[in-house]
Design a protein around this ligand. Structure first.
Ligand code: FMN
Ligand code: SF4
Length: 556
């Protein structure tokens, strides 16, 4: 069959919601790169000035502007793939580096066109479905993972076998949006994407806002290094997400939804599209869902590689075809979100938690947490432990028990030196602070936070200064550049951690590093710039002797 013509591609997407990304992907897939001519066609079709379009396209890491660029080999050089020899593999393959691609449970990840491969040697790279969460070793009750290991779970029949879609059926048969909002509020569910905002409060604000159509956006960008839980949920339980989005739409009055999926999960896109087709065929999506007066259309939109697009307002700009800078707030997405209309942006895990809460009750969910806490959290655990993987733990669970009992502890003869929290955004914990429990109040006392739940483990063979330098270099690379404290600060901190620049005496060096960090925390426009200094601050707190040793070694 002949490849589609330019005009066919344009006609396929013109008039569709959020058309820019899929249209660019259509040209990118067909030609293997984005040519000048393709950009001109897209700009004309969507009425985007060429200069703006050029700026937007080149912002994303994965849109190639040179022939053959799409199929070039990219090798993950995230913190965990670094531990597993990604630099050697990259040299063997002649590949280019890409930021953490969410496969930390089986490093090293390689992307070649739309094929995802994993392995540590060029001769032994394999392509296979993402790993299921390891069995819950504590025998504790789970919410999101309760049925995920059942065979066929990703199909409609498999999902229905364990009561799938009964929650939305029940709501449509007799509940009101207000009752659903009360239920979610009583469950204590809070956002699992990073900021921990109470879900019911967000949904109430969307429900109360004027303006239509309203939108639910699932944030499946999962760009935080060390986080890979959303991929497991999407790959193995896509109908749970669809049902979660239907419930969010019922509660808020939304009639359309988007799943914004990170570029690095091409297999997941196919899984989601299959599940959406199945749901549509069963009248679970579209107009008049299950015969009720309830309409909801759902679309998948694939990102193109940019960590900042996980920030909800960047994500909305990206969906709208604008340059994906974060927006100034207020106004917030709940009143002025997608196309300036009321929008609920929620993380995958947040949405997947809702169907079991409706099915089993708010009190059931709340009681899954340890005393004083409500519910569960998925922790993506990776690095120097024997059994890395996604573990759903009660909120308030001891970190030490997760590391040493559930995940088997470090390799023989090694000790755990440090972990990161919230992927990289929560900085390091080490020493006595490894005794924390996994909940926000406890972690805040250690100047950290749980965030999206990525925990990367480093044993005592690792150089934490080098880990910190790589982390800061990631933030510098991903800083969108909109505000200068972050744009300049992440660069300056990377240079200081590399020993390339800074005052000649240690005390002045430390003072300067603190100054840069506190300015970034106080004045950056979004969470990337306010979180990045946690890396330097925690390095100085836990590893001052390592900093001194490097300092002494660098000739100035
Ligand atoms: C730099 C940055 C990256 C982010 N990346 C993600 C992400 O990949 N996935 C996500 O759900 N939230 C991410 N967030 C948080 C979102 O802005 C937002 O709080 C979240 O999607 C809201 O959903 P929730 O309330 O269900 O957690 C990010 C925030 C920042 C500042
Ligand atoms: S803090 Fe950084 S990532 Fe956020 S808007 Fe400013 S420059 Fe961009």
């Amino acid at each position: 069959m002949n490849p589609p013509s330019d005009q066919e591609l344009i006609e396929r997407w013109r008039g569709q919601p959020a058309p820019l990304l899929p249209l660019l992907h259509a040209f990118h897939d067909r030609d293997g790169y984005l040519s000048e001519a393709a950009l001109r066609q897209v700009g004309l079709a969507l009425r985007i000035p060429l200069a703006d379009l050029y700026g937007t396209v080149t912002f994303y890491h994965h849109f190639s502007r040179t022939p053959g660029g799409k199929s070039r080999t990219r090798v993950c050089d995230g913190p965990i793939c670094k531990l597993h020899g990604c630099d050697r593999l990259m040299a063997e393959l002649g590949g280019e580096p890409m930021a953490c691609s969410g496969r930390c449970d089986e490093p090293v990840a390689v992307l070649r066109g739309d094929q995802v491969l994993v392995g540590t040697q060029a001769s032994a790279l394999a392509s296979h479905p993402s790993l299921l969460p390891p069995p819950n070793p504590g025998g504790l009750e789970e919410c999101c993972f309760a049925h995920i290991r059942e065979s066929g779970r990703a199909t409609l029949a498999g999902y229905r076998r364990s009561g799938g879609y009964a929650a939305i059926e029940r709501c449509l048969a007799g509940s009101t949006p207000a009752q659903l909002l009360d239920l979610v509020e009583h469950s204590g569910l809070a956002g699992r994407g990073g900021a921990g905002f109470p879900t019911a409060r967000k949904w109430r604000a969307v429900a109360a806002a004027s303006g239509a159509p309203k939108t639910v956006v699932c944030n499946a960008d999962e760009g935080e290094p060390g986080c890979f839980k959303d991929r497991a949920l999407l790959d193995h339980d896509p109908h749970a997400l669809i049902e979660g989005m239907l419930l969010a739409a019922f509660a808020t009055g939304a009639t359309r939804g988007f799943i914004y999926l990170r570029y690095e999960y091409p297999d997941t896109q196919a899984i989601l599209e299959r599940a959406i087709e199945e749901a549509r065929a069963a009248r679970l999506l579209g107009a008049g869902i299950l015969g009720a007066k309830f309409d909801f259309e759902l679309y998948v939109r694939r990102g193109a590689g940019a960590y900042i697009c996980g920030e909800e307002t960047s994500l909305l700009n990206s969906l709208e075809g604008k340059h994906p800078f974060p927006r100034n707030r207020p106004p917030y997405p709940v009143t002025h979100g997608f196309e300036d209309r009321p929008t609920a942006v929620n993380n995958v895990e947040t949405l997947v938690s809702v169907p079991p809460i409706v099915a089993r009750g708010a009190a059931w969910y709340a009681a899954l947490g340890r005393p004083g806490h409500k519910g569960t959290k998925i922790i993506s655990l990776s690095g120097d432990v024997l059994r890395p993987g996604n573990y759903e733990v009660p909120i308030g669970f001891p970190l030490r028990e997760l590391l040493h009992v559930w995940a088997g502890g470090p390799r023989a003869g090694r000790k755990i030196q440090a972990v990161t929290m919230a992927g990289l955004s929560g900085g390091f914990l080490a020493g006595e602070d490894l005794e924390v429990t996994l909940d926000e109040p406890c972690l805040r006392t250690k100047k950290s936070f749980l965030g999206a739940g990525g925990v990367m483990v480093f044993d005592d063979s690792r150089d934490m200064l080098e880990v910190a330098r790589q982390a800061m270099s990631f933030f510098a690379h991903e800083s969108c550049g909109k505000c200068f404290p972050c744009r300049i600060g992440t660069q300056r901190l990377t240079e200081r951690l590399s020993g390339e620049a800074g005052p000649a005496d240690l005390q002045s060096w430390e003072t300067e590093v603190h100054d840069i960090g506190s300015t970034m925390m106080a004045t950056s426009a979004c969470g990337l710039g306010t979180a990045a200094p946690a890396i330097t601050e925690s390095l100085l707190r836990y590893f001052p002797e390592r900093v001194r040793a490097r300092f002494d070694a660098v000739k100035r």
